[in-house]
Design a protein around this ligand. Structure first.
Ligand code: URA
Length: 425
């Protein structure tokens, strides 16, 4: 077989066979198919798509390019979750310990942020000492002992995704359904959990811009998970505005702690409890939302979170330390009415420029910087109310502040935002 023939076949809109896909992916992972041919292939898929059968073959071929983690030594239904990416998305920091605090083991491998989106690993690494690189044996032992571990994805897992994702990132081929589905599901399948909750984000700050596309991606990933015997559901969630109040690594950890202390905003607290209910249900544990919320605000999830931080070398004193920045800029409303828009993409990029995110993979991060919103979409504001605080380690010129103010839109009608738009079973 030759890569050029497979690229041409896809370019001409034809379906590749199982053997052809296996050949292409295994040879790419071995280094025998070069990046320039794989880039051309990704672009051909971008324009011509893939059938469900091709996407399944692509996913399983990718799984075969690395190790598969055996979690069978851990008793109970092992759970995992994955978000397709967003702004201010600190959900894992709360949801994972919440579910684990009900006795359901959570063994999770997370990723880093890129561009306007954040990554759980970066947020955890903003806690002094937290080690995301523990060995597979220690990962399994920790889940056996305390029911929870969040680590970085092992280099030995789904090698093809590591290579292909980096390539897609620089060739404008990330936001295409079959490539996202195979990337996410190959990692989830290889990571070994019995049940998987997929948080499929939709809106301005997400890869999926429309509900219709988010539904298609969800259906595909749920079916892929079920076909290999994993209980899988997708929760389609709104990413038109940031999740919760904070954007920025340490600021998001602090917001997560507040939520686990029962001091978070009601909307984000309720949203995470609803996700918790779904994740517990997948593991065969039925709980009412009231029970889950009582459990969360009584500090059980925080206790589990602290156990994980200690077990992975993190410093508990540092965990509770406020952020340390040279400049805090308060932003005040110029009009009265209701907040109608806080575009996730704009503010994700704004936080990235403060140093909270990376424009390219090699960029260093400033864990301390970011934004905390006092007001969110649907909130009433009166001219002069504080709507946000910017945490920066550089002086911000007036233009930047004016741009920030303009991006928080205030209207006359009250919008009632919904965090969960749909659940695909
Ligand atoms: N998250 C992933 O892991 N892969 C994608 O392709 C997009 C989001």
């Amino acid at each position: 077989m030759r890569a050029v023939d497979l690229i041409q076949k896809k370019r001409d809109g034809k379906e590749l066979s199982t053997q052809e896909i296996e050949w292409l992916i295994s040879n790419y992972a071995k280094g025998d198919v070069p990046d320039y041919q794989m880039s051309a292939f990704a672009m051909a898929v971008y324009f011509k798509g893939m059938s469900t059968r091709e996407t399944r073959d692509l996913t399983m071929s990718m799984v075969a390019t690395g190790d598969q983690i055996d979690l069978s030594a851990i008793s109970g239904v092992k759970t995992d979750k994955h978000s397709t990416g967003g702004v201010g998305d600190k959900v894992t920091l709360i949801l994972a310990p919440l579910v684990a605090s009900f006795g359901v083991p959570v063994a999770k491998m997370s990723g880093r942020g890129l561009g306007h989106t954040g990554g759980t690993l970066d947020k955890l690494e903003s806690i002094k000492g937290y080690n995301i690189n523990i060995s597979q044996e220690d990962f399994i032992k920790q889940v056996q002992d305390i029911g929870l571990s969040v680590i970085g994805q092992s280099d030995q897992l789904v090698k093809a995704d590591k290579l292909l994702y980096a390539l897609r990132d620089v060739t404008a081929t990330v936001d295409i359904i079959p490539l996202i589905a195979s990337s996410v599901m190959s990692k989830k399948i290889a990571a070994g959990a019995d049940s998987i909750l997929l948080d499929v984000t939709v809106g301005d700050g997400a890869f999926m811009k429309t509900l219709e596309d988010a539904e298609k991606l969800s259906r595909l990933m749920v079916d892929l998970g079920k076909e290999v015997g994993r209980k899988t559901i997708a929760v389609i969630t709104d990413m038109s505005q940031p999740v919760g109040q904070a954007i920025g690594n340490r600021l998001e950890v602090l917001e997560a702690i507040q939520i686990m202390q029962g001091k978070g905003r009601a909307d984000v607290t309720d949203f995470i409890c609803e996700l918790g209910q779904q994740m517990l249900e997948l593991a065969g544990v039925s709980k009412s939302l009231d029970d889950i919320k009582d459990h969360l605000v009584s500090g059980q999830a925080l206790k589990k979170f602290e156990e994980m931080i200690i077990s992975q070398g993190g410093d508990l004193d540092d965990l509770y330390r406020p952020v340390n920045v040279s400049h805090k800029v308060e932003i005040f409303a110029k009009d009265s009415g209701y907040v109608s828009e806080i575009p996730a993409l704009e503010f994700g990029l704004f936080a990235m420029k403060l140093g909270a995110g990376r424009a390219v993979k090699t960029d260093p991060l400033d864990y301390e910087t970011g934004i905390v919103f006092d007001k969110k979409v649907g909130d009433k504001v009166t001219s002069g109310d504080r709507i946000a605080v910017i945490y920066s380690n550089q002086e911000l010129c007036q233009n930047v502040i004016t741009e920030f103010e303009k991006n928080v839109k205030i209207g006359v009608e009250q919008i009632a935002p919904k965090e969960i738009l749909e659940i695909i079973y």
